[in-house]
Design a protein around this ligand. Structure first.
Ligand code: SF4
Ligand code: SF4
Ligand code: SF4
Length: 289
């Protein structure tokens, strides 16, 4: 059984021993970095009374309250819970799901990142794994949420199509496509799919609305990690159209990791040791029931 440092006491998730004897850090859970104003007031109040009055913003969009006396941490956790603030995860389990603002507010956003992050959090948060397991959701290939550096990264993607009847051959899309993936031949436009990142910028910036979205979904990156052994995630060659399908694929990726990963081995390192094809076969090809 894990403990917070006192023999015989069960581990409280998100309560992390500090280097200073007798003090702990409270790591708070924020799906996609979201807190309400009321929750922030409650967090500030707890930080003033139990900590040193300061807050720390984590790399994974959470908030930590540092330097809480271990003997007072349960009371602080209970006060936070009354305000609807729950604890984050630590150790060998699925961590808080991060997300950029996505389509809700960002003009480049392709998908509703908050909804996707919420569904992933409800399914996977705090599940035990060989080691820490991070999920990030980013609304488009601009990748502001760094999905490619997560064990599972979800990225919004579109398939664009050109409507010749709406196009006036102004050439704007040739300039705005960030990957020069739009081709013009004899007043006819097409997409070089080998270079298209599926960002959808053409569909937003064409003054005539001649580039339209024929498919909107997400793509998955698996095995990304930062830290000691950085590894860029491997992009799966499949467009995912629904949250149900997404959850299914992430479940299979997680199952492969839990079966193949060694203790303290990240998903990407397990992929490199066992072989990417093994992971792809499991994630992309469902096993017979
Ligand atoms: S990744 Fe895309 S949708 Fe998300 S904040 Fe960045 S530009 Fe906006
Ligand atoms: S920006 Fe739109 S109207 Fe202009 S060339 Fe491209 S598709 Fe045609
Ligand atoms: S989706 Fe993005 S990368 Fe693809 S053609 Fe349009 S602007 Fe270019």
């Amino acid at each position: 059984m894990e403990t917070n440092g006192r023999r015989g006491q069960p581990k409280v998730p998100g309560v992390i021993r500090q280097r200073q004897k007798g003090f702990v850090t409270l790591r708070l859970r924020a799906v996609g970095g979201e807190f309400t104003a009321d929750q922030v007031r409650a967090i500030a109040s707890v930080a003033e009374r139990y900590g040193k009055g300061g807050l720390h913003l984590t790399m994974r969009q959470g908030i930590e309250i540092h330097s809480v006396l271990r003997t007072e941490s349960r009371a602080a956790v209970e006060e936070l819970a009354m305000a609807g603030v729950t604890m984050g995860a630590d150790g060998a389990r699925v961590r808080i799901v991060t997300a950029c603002p996505g389509r809700d507010t960002c003009r480049w956003g392709i998908v509703d990142t908050r909804e996707i992050a919420g569904e992933l959090d409800r399914r996977f948060f705090a599940r035990e794994a060989p080691y820490k397991f991070k999920i990030g959701v980013t609304g488009c290939p601009n990748n502001c949420a760094g999905a490619t550096g997560n064990d599972v990264g979800v990225m919004g993607a579109v398939v664009p199509a050109w409507d010749p009847s709406a196009c006036n051959d102004c050439g704007v899309c040739l300039q705005t496509c960030p990957h020069h993936a739009i081709l013009r031949d004899n007043e006819t436009y097409s997409v070089d799919t080998g270079h298209c990142s599926q960002c959808g910028r053409c569909t937003v910036s064409c003054p005539q609305g001649a580039w339209t979205v024929v498919r909107r979904g997400v793509v998955l990156w698996i095995g990304g990690t930062m830290g000691k052994n950085p590894r860029l995630g491997t992009r799966l060659d499949r467009m995912i159209d629904s949250n149900e399908e997404l959850l299914d694929l992430v479940e299979r990726a997680f199952a492969w990791y839990c079966r193949n990963g060694r203790p303290k081995e990240r998903f990407g390192q397990a992929i490199d040791r066992v072989g990417i094809q093994s992971a792809l076969d499991e994630v992309l090809i469902p096993r017979p029931a």
